[in-house]
Write a protein that binds this ligand. Sequence first.
Ligand code: HC1
Length: 583
Amino acid sequence: NVTLTIDGQKVTVPEGTTILKAAEKAGVKIPTLCFLEHVGLRHIKHDVGACRVCVVEVEGKKDLVSSCNTPVEEGMVIRTHTPKVIAARKLNLEMMLSDHHLDCPTCPKNGICELQAICAELNVRQIRPQGEKKDFPIDDSSPSIMRNPNKCILCQRCITACKVLQTVDALELYGNGFDAVVRPKGGLPLIETQCVACGQCALVCPTAAIVEKDDTWKVWEAIADPNKHVVVQTAPATHVTIGEAFGLPVGTDITGKMVAALKRLGFDAVFDTNWSADLTIMEEGYELIHRIKNNGVLPQFTSCSPGWIKFVEEFYPDLIPHISSCKSPQQMLGPIAKTYYAEKKGINPENIFVVSIMPCTAKKYEAARPEMNAASKYWNNPNITRDVDVVLTSRELIRMIREAGIDFANLPDEKYDPIMGEGTGAAQIFGATGGVMEAALRTAYEVVTGKTLPRLDFEDVRGMKDIKEASVNMNGVTVKVLVAHSLGAARQLMDKIRAGELKDYHFIEIMACPGGCIGGGGQPIPTTVEERELRIKGIYERDKKLPIRKSHENPEIQAIYKEFLKEPLGHKSHQLLHTHYTP
Ligand code: HC1
């Protein structure tokens, strides 16, 4: 242990502790800007000391030190708010502001900008250094993410998220001094890099240098178009996250209020991606059983997380045959809306416009993939638009609700519309890491054994541990499964598979984002580890209270097989619900 003095108080902490953490223990708050204790997962830290807002005075040292990455020493005497410290912090912030475009009222992060907040907290009242403003081009090449390097403060959190957490490594710090910038590797437009569109960079960006692409206007226009029948679907993870933005506790189940808000916004029908998550379990479960029985490629990988799919395409194209041919629930609901639903309701599929509310920036990219136009092919009609027309992230929906002046927290609970509105507990848990696996096991076990599961909860695949495993005996066959979240964890498994290991596993669930979709790149900010854990708790609580908790027992799923699809993996399923990826 090490004992030191901070602002006159003695404090004892383990060796290796930083001054920042020691101060916290002493009840002294040192301001920070670029520092992040956890980037997505507890074991990933960002402490490059770039912003120098957390500087403190150490007795006997001439220069101030950054407290976030300086370890304590025995007998140190530290002062955290001397005039020298306060002046340095202000000047460091003024330097950041001096080349910043101060367009705060029209900035996408207005009100949730960490630079704005710290300037308020530290009483910055002037900008003494005067100079040129940055003038980098805005990069809107990606369907998911917008980069405005003029708003970048070089904190490099995005680089840690991309390189360390996700091991995608699409961003770099380039140049020096005034010309320094964080940019896609090689200065390419983002779309031309290995970026997988997961948006973890946007979640940690303190300003609006990296944000989701805003598609809200397309939705306002569609709703106002009398010729369009605009339907909306809500992802499992949104059921427990939208409320945060309206002052409700993190993890609150706001399903009924979200439905009410969507109806008030003017959507013609409100459906649930939980419904198509149940459909996915049917198709993906039968696919797994088929692969096991017919010596197919194993382990089978889940395919619902589009950042993960892009990751395999970019880094492990040789492993593509492991990916389930099932489209994601988002991309299953789209073509079903323009076929089965259109027929049942007698609506011309050319006029159906499908909007998704997703926790994920990569879902925008997924909907834009060229092959995602199954309804148009099904009807052989080029006038039918894409299976999913627009994807909005949770943050965009929150903005629309605010723009419409809806008092979200006080809305009554309303119900989804029939045909694609019923979702089970199994579908609900898709939103948390391990949930797709658990949902699949609930159904596969009962289909294979013909017996009722004695216990529905597969605890081994739950929680924030980055790689989890379980095994289940089904009619004498031990089905072995793995679950990983974050692409860094996925990479560990992929390297093993490439090396010929993990051959005796049957099924692997990968979610690109830490915690699963509840931690998606389009979720409310902040999305820290603590928020992720509370949202996961909310997901399992909702599962527990739902009357039906297994996908194959969903009456609306039973209905679509009876009336339209006939059987899992059947002809129509192949036309509408499955796809393939080419290396
Ligand atoms: Fe997800 Fe999925 S769970 S990918 O995490 O399979 O985004 O929530 O909608 O499609 O259902 C996201 C969440 C979501 C799909 C489902």
